[in-house]
Design a protein around this ligand. Sequence first.
Ligand code: CTP
Length: 482
Amino acid sequence: MIDNSEFNIENWLQNKFSAQIFEIISQVADDMHLECYAIGGYVRDIFLHRPSKDIDIVTVGKGIKLAEAVAKVLGRKAHLSVFKNFGTAQIKYKDIEVEFVGARRESYQRDSRKPIVEDGTLEDDQNRRDFTINALAVCLNRDRFGELLDPFGGLKDMENLIIRTPLDPDITFSDDPLRMMRAIRFSSQLGFDIEHETFDAITRNKERINIISGERIIDELNKIVLSPRPSVGFLQLDKTGLLPIIFPELVALKGAETKEGVGHKDNFYHTLVVLDNIAKHTNDLWLRWAAILHDIAKPATKRFDPKLGWTFHNHNFIGEKMIPGIFRRMKLPLNEKMKYVQKMVTLHMRPQVLVDEDISDSAVRRLLFEAGNDIEDLMTLCEADITSKNPEKVRRYLRNFEIVRQKLKDIEEKDHVRNFQPPIGGEEIMDIFALPPGPEVGRLKSSVKDAILDGVIPNEYEAAYKYIVEKAKKIGLKPVKK
Ligand code: CTP
């Protein structure tokens, strides 16, 4: 039960540095005769027992002046940045960041994200906040130190696990449409419900998300992806109609078709179960993205074959090819993180094949070589991909993957191919045969790699040299040096 009595000073002076900072802010604000409050997420997180190092301070008057005076008292260990255009200032002290701003009244025009900002009272400032739970303020002035100002029943909403806007939700969301994503993000992150009028307003205002930058949207979406049960957020994004706008490829996975009495699973819901499954085993954002995207090309590759039933041939490869386009549009990074997600998606069906008793060592070596250090992550993805509702089947599949893990371990101990580099590289091949750069060099290099992975020769220089000389002979090349 959350109530005001829990709100004593020990509860929110969370560490000695923030205690010291609050003490100084209180003193300085009193000396300057400024009304001053801690506000927003920091206050919310005290009640939710989520330690936070970002403190927002609102003062009725000039926030920058207060920040400058506080920074002076904190001395050289504090770093002050002033943003005159925004009327804000930030102090970094140890690992704490404190933002100072004057209380504001804001009004927005329909087609612009730029509000008209005027000085206001604390109440004006609380009115312009996104949710009741984010509008709580605590007075820092000495004679009212610790007094909680909760004009919209934020505490009660926290107790009832409710996300609700302080004002008419149409106004709150129209002022800043990103708040629609934030509502769903908080719901998914904290396990709160969105109050139904607030929820309906998201549905009504969904198109307004189009005026928000991709960077801000992806920040919120990634927080949903990282929440304990991401499906909670994704299902709400879907239900409100935001998902088709921000991530149509995921929505395209919906639907379970039946032909000639043969059905296939609904890949949208399957993907969400895979994502929830993997969330229990990893907090790595990119492995979670691999789960989201592992079947993304199923709609593009779906066919009905009267003999085989539904097929999704090459959906892993096509999925890999779709990823750069999706990452670019969604403002996800086009770097090694994307390459990692692509690799996971391409390889996600490979461990399954290794279950077969008669599988050759060569197939195991190839997978080890292609996955490299990401082999463990790949196995985590494959295990999360088991979404059967039949517990006996789940147990059997998991047992099979145990066997695959053992095979991988045995082969790696024997052959060390996980991070293997072929013993003869391209430069050396050009030297040995006096060849100019070209496709011939690449082909010879791959032949050595394949011979090692297939177990034709051991992973050693001498054997590789002999092998490549033989290969080269067949195309009329002779070594000019050893
Ligand atoms: N806020 C808002 N509308 C937004 C963003 C923020 O009203 N679109 C207000 C809320 O009062 C919020 C505060 O600004 O609590 C601080 O915002 P921010 O630091 O972005 O988020 P937090 O609420 O602190 O949550 P988190 O730290 O989890 O991002």
